[in-house]
Design a protein around this ligand. Structure first.
Ligand code: HH2
Length: 272
């Protein structure tokens, strides 16, 4: 039997972010057009303690435009071809990108649309036996930060994830291979993001491990007093990750792997 997602990624596990886009907001296109450098960076993340490296060819930051299938494949395939032996997750909403990535060894499909973006993606995940992350997003990246409103953000995010979890299971993805993500920064204000982290137990009530991506996100910079911030600092990211761990998060999607591994190792030791 293939291990469940909780067995494969014991709490806390770190997912390193490897963006191969020209417009990723935090690494500024560092690895775009240079697969060898991207692959080297992925290997360094694993050496620093990452359980998996999340490869993404389409930026989903607020305001970002989508990319076409051919372009997304052109960005990620050459990198994946160099990553044999490295545990990889593919950050995509496209079935064909997921199919090619899994064939090249990706073991997790990270879909920020929670299987709403491409009707064929669920089948690809089910057939391949890959792990799956379902994330909450209100709206779409181009417009999602235009005045999002919730009555009860934790309850609404949880209801959404519950519905998407059922849809994934109905499509043949085993529940024990799925993790859920509240989608920090995806159609949410700073207050919404804080409330979601504070009330992660509500989302955890669905019984699936939680993945949280708060690393360098703009809410952190805004909390530190810059109302126009587009990113957060490393120290703020670690503070948020440790707090998310204390509130039950299991997998942490981060840019700075070693620092998060160290901080979360200590947080886990204290928690006992
Ligand atoms: N955040 C981003 C992209 N993918 N996937 C999951 N599961 N959870 C997240 O929170 C998440 C995600 C966007 O963040 P980032 O990679 O920092 O920005 P960019 O896409 O501009 O590089």
């Amino acid at each position: 039997m293939a291990p469940s997602i909780e067995q494969r990624f014991p709490r806390p596990s770190v997912m390193g972010i490897l963006y191969v886009t020209p417009d990723s907001f935090s690494d500024g296109g560092l690895h775009f057009g240079d697969p060898a450098a991207a692959a080297q960076s992925a290997r360094a993340m694993v050496e620093a303690g990452a359980a998996i490296v999340d490869v993404g060819g389409e930026s989903t930051r607020p305001g970002a435009e989508g990319v076409g299938l051919d372009e997304e494949l052109r960005r990620v395939v050459p990198v994946l071809e160099l990553l044999e032996g490295v545990p990889v997750s593919i950050d995509t909403a496209k079935a064909e990108v997921a199919r090619r990535s899994v064939a090249l060894g990706a073991e997790l499909v990270n879909d920020v649309t929670a299987l709403r973006g491409d009707p064929e993606l669920a089948g690809v995940v089910a057939d391949s036996g890959a792990y799956l992350c379902l994330m909450h997003m209100r709206g779409e990246p181009r417009t999602m930060q235009r005045d999002p409103v919730y009555e009860d953000v934790a309850a609404e995010v949880t209801a959404f994830l519950e519905e998407r979890l059922s849809a994934a299971v109905d499509a043949g993805v085993p529940e024990e291979r799925i993790c859920l993500d509240p989608g920090i920064g995806f159609g949410k204000t700073v207050e919404h993001n804080l409330e979601l982290l504070r009330r992660l137990d509500v989302v955890a009530g669905l019984g699936r491990p939680l993945l949280v991506g708060v690393s360098r996100k703009s809410s952190l910079g805004r909390l530190l007093g810059d109302s126009e911030a587009t990113r957060g600092t490393l120290a703020a990211s670690i503070g948020a990750a440790v707090s998310a761990f204390d509130h039950g998060a299991a997998i942490f999607r981060v840019h700075d792997v070693r620092e998060h591994v160290e901080a979360l190792t200590v947080a886990a030791a204290v928690a006992g």
